[in-house]
Design a protein around this ligand. Sequence first.
Ligand SMILES: NC(=O)c1ccc[n+]([C@@H]2O[C@H](COP(=O)([O-])OP(=O)(O)OC[C@H]3O[C@@H](n4cnc5c(N)ncnc54)[C@H](O)[C@@H]3O)[C@@H](O)[C@H]2O)c1
Length: 314
Amino acid sequence: MPRRKVSIIGAGNVGATAAYYVAEKVIADIVMVDVVEGMTQAKALDFLHAGPMRQYDVSIRGTGDFSEISGSDVVVITAGLPRKPGMDRMDLLRVNAEIVKSASQSIAEFAPNSTVIVVSNPLDIMCHVAFRTTGFAVQRVMGMAGILDSTRFRCFVAREVGCAFADVHAMVLGGHGDQMVPLPRFTTVAGIPITQLLDKPVIDRMVERTRNGGAEIVAYLKTGSAYYAPAASVAEMVEAVITDRRTLAPCACYLRGEYGIEDLFLGVPALLGKNGVERSVELDLDKEEMDLLQKSASAVRKGVEDLRTFFRVR
Ligand SMILES: NC(=O)c1ccc[n+]([C@@H]2O[C@H](COP(=O)([O-])OP(=O)(O)OC[C@H]3O[C@@H](n4cnc5c(N)ncnc54)[C@H](O)[C@@H]3O)[C@@H](O)[C@H]2O)c1
């Protein structure tokens, strides 16, 4: 049986680390594409050389030629620029929207049957760009964010309770920004909601730390942002789609009325399988949780409107 194929557009910190995690689990053959060509070939060769010791024998290629993504089952978009001094949010939006748009055009041309996982920021808005540009079915375009935000929440809960990571499941909905919505009522240790295990001030502190999880790392790094946990989150999603694992995890999905929200990518629980988003799940949110989700949705919608105004993306 031919091996499955994953292409990663943007072989920077997140892209290259995701490639490494995908290789280590022998999930699929990998192509990394980047505009900085030599770097991509170098990383691919370096990964390959580690294969005999790490015991993966997948094919790993680095290239600047976008046509090499042809035949991909999954394409991940991590191409993008970080915000530079003097750039405002709109400048970053414009630069990354153009990068994601051109990546999406290549995907539509060379990998028309693939499922797309968007990682580039601002995440929910970039999902919109990829969705509109590829013209793919809604199930086949999704964004990675909630799975990362909830793994951070999981870490904090496990450390607080003193239990194994594996015992903790966490749920974080909404846009990938400081208005994300960690849900303590839907975060459990061996099935027990943390609201029954921990005091409210402790939970509130963890919720806040989850919201600032990315910023906390940026503050230490100074240049660049987190990539090990983001890359691990990408690999989880890739594996779920490639192996039809039907993982239930929060992802940025295109909403068509769920939670009363239309025509917007936003983080909600989604069942991931061979068709991409097999289905999204509507949780029974209380008023406070729903208000927070709607607030987060409004912030994302504002970004999409800016995009429509400035770049004529539908
Ligand atoms: N969704 C999330 O949770 C999450 C988490 C971490 C990072 N991110 C985002 O992911 C993106 C990548 O982060 P990173 O740390 O890997 O950045 P990085 O700067 O290390 O890598 C980005 C790569 O994209 C490449 N690139 C730029 N334009 C390109 C194009 N047109 N085609 C192909 N490649 C192109 C660059 O050459 C670079 O190698 C950023 O937008 C970042 O904000 C998102």
